[in-house]
Design a protein around this ligand. Structure first.
Ligand SMILES: Nc1ncnc2c1ncn2[C@@H]1O[C@H](COP(=O)(O)OP(=O)(O)OP(=O)(O)O)[C@@H](O)[C@H]1O
Ligand SMILES: [Mg+2]
Length: 467
């Protein structure tokens, strides 16, 4: 089987690395913006100095200022290994004194004389982005002072390079930190998840028959409730499996004898030639088949009411008094056949309980069936319902037949347990079914002999509905 993906590990890493990466991008942006600001601060100063140097070559003459800058001097001033520099000097009357005539005019506001020594901004010269400096600088003597406007532009190569170098200096250590954090987290999470991997192996290595609880010593606290729940589920499954396998074994065992008996009887009947004897054999066969069908019905009923049935059971408000009366009425013909006086003493009021009507009828039928069958002819059987407390009622079935010995009163509720010498057919499942149905309803059963020492009284105590 393919090992499941360690999703938790990936999720944790994604949660850690996602925000860290976003932070890194943000930080790179801020670092770049700062670097550009600092490189401008440094290089703008140099640009202004070049402007001042150029203006030092402006002579104040009677006809107006004149720029006296030789090509050689200009080359020295404007030489830079990385960038191209352009300049232009203009007199107050707008006359171009020297420099590049194609340089763009100063931007709005920068053209006017201003108290600030210089203004700097981004512009484009000869199709290339530049940093532009515009300044008004004094020229001439103290007696005849005037001003010239100097513009110096510089391409952005070294500024950009400087800014990226600074960004790299700030960001690289952070990238390194994130890589290391990833490695540490990966390692830590793998180690942290090891108990879960062991747990997975412990479960996958198990035989499907092994329902013993999973050991919880090594399990992390967060997962422990889950493992406890799984163990609880396995315990429930184990109980159901036990019940099922016991049931199958019992059923097979119990069915074997009557089925072989049936077969033997049929073989015997086949060999008969006398029609009268064949008829007699068929009558015997009918009785055996009837017994077998009762056994099968009881086995199915037992399986239907096993403890796990609680989940499938739908409880409804049921009037126990009405239910018991209805069931008793149905038994009247059978009682008459056995010459039994079957009586009903109701509570005189509805006794509402939460129950499953079909199952309740099954419970009452089994108890009345026993009472009638195990009492002698001419006996008396009484079905009684009564309220015994504010929240409790009782269903009682009494007979005046031979009392069940004290030592047997517990055992008769076990499956297939029957008393010897009752002289009646039966599968020994009726009371086991009664007991299961009572348990499903949260009811309690007691068995007592009557006050005069004969007869038996089976009582089932139910909780009344609260409203
Ligand atoms: N009212 C009773 N009086 C005397 N003996 C009883 C009474 N009820 C039950 N018993 C005894 O308890 C045994 C178990 O009863 P249970 O109803 O479980 O099985 P059963 O009647 O033998 O078979 P079936 O599954 O067909 O009902 C009976 O065989 C009988 O010996
Ligand atoms: Mg019975």
């Amino acid at each position: 089987m393919k090992a499941p993906e360690p999703r938790l590990q990936r999720k944790l890493l994604a949660w850690l690395l996602g925000p860290l990466a976003a932070l890194l991008v943000l930080d790179t942006g801020v670092a770049y913006w700062n670097s550009v600001r600092f490189s401008n601060l440094a290089y703008d100063r140099a640009l202004f100095e070049i402007g001042r140097e150029i203006v030092l070559h402006v002579r104040a003459e009677p006809a107006g200022p004149r720029l006296d800058l030789s090509d050689a001097a200009g080359n020295i001033l404007l030489r830079d290994p990385d960038d191209l520099l352009y300049y232009r000097v203009v007199a107050t009357d707008g006359r171009l004194l020297g420099g590049d005539p194609q340089m763009p005019q100063p931007r709005n506001g920068a053209a006017a004389a201003s108290p600030r020594p210089a203004r700097f901004y981004e512009d484009v010269v000869h199709g290339e982005p530049v940093r532009m400096m515009v300044a008004w600088l004094p020229v001439g003597s103290a007696a005849a002072p005037t001003q010239v406007r100097i513009q110096v532009a510089e391409t952005l190569h070294k500024r950009t390079r400087f800014a990226w170098e600074m960004v790299a200096n700030v960001v690289l250590p952070q990238v390194l930190l994130i890589v290391m954090a990833t490695a540490v987290v990966w390692f830590g999470v793998s180690r942290g998840l090891q108990p879960l991997q062991r747990l997975r192996r412990a479960v996958s290595d198990r035989s499907h028959l092994d329902l013993s609880p999973i050991a919880t010593d090594d399990v992390p606290g967060e997962v422990r409730p889950l493992v406890d729940e799984v163990n609880e589920l396995m315990a429930r499954l184990g109980r159901t499996f036990d019940f099922q396998s016991r049931f199958v074994a019992d059923a097979a065992h119990q069915l074997k004898t009557p089925v072989s008996g049936l077969k033997a009887q049929i073989e015997l009947a086949l060999r008969e030639t006398d029609p009268e004897r064949v008829r007699h054999s068929l009558a015997q066969l009918y009785i055996s088949a009837d017994r077998l069908s009762r056994l099968v019905r009881q086995l199915l009923s037992l399986a239907r009411n096993e403890p796990g049935a609680l989940d499938a059971m739908q409880l409804h408000p049921v009037d126990l008094d009405a239910c018991a009366l209805e069931a008793s009425m149905e038994w009247v013909p059978e009682a008459i056949r056995h010459e039994i006086d079957l009586g009903f003493e109701g509570a005189g009021e509805p006794l509402m309980i939460d129950g499953d009507p079909d199952r309740l009828r099954e419970l009452i039928n089994n108890l009345i069936d026993n009472a009638i069958r195990y009492s002698q002819r001419g006996g008396r059987v009484t079905v009684r319902t009564e309220k015994t407390a504010a929240d409790q009622c009782r269903l009682g079935i009494s007979d005046d037949g031979p009392s069940i010995p004290v030592e047997e009163r517990q055992r008769i509720f076990e499956r297939f347990h029957r008393l010897l010498g009752s002289g009646q057919d039966g599968s020994g499942l009726g009371l086991a079914i009664v007991s299961e149905i009572a348990t499903l309803h949260g009811a309690r059963i007691t068995l007592e002999e009557d006050t005069d020492g004969v007869g038996n009284t089976f009582s089932v105590f139910f909780r009344l509905r609260s409203s």
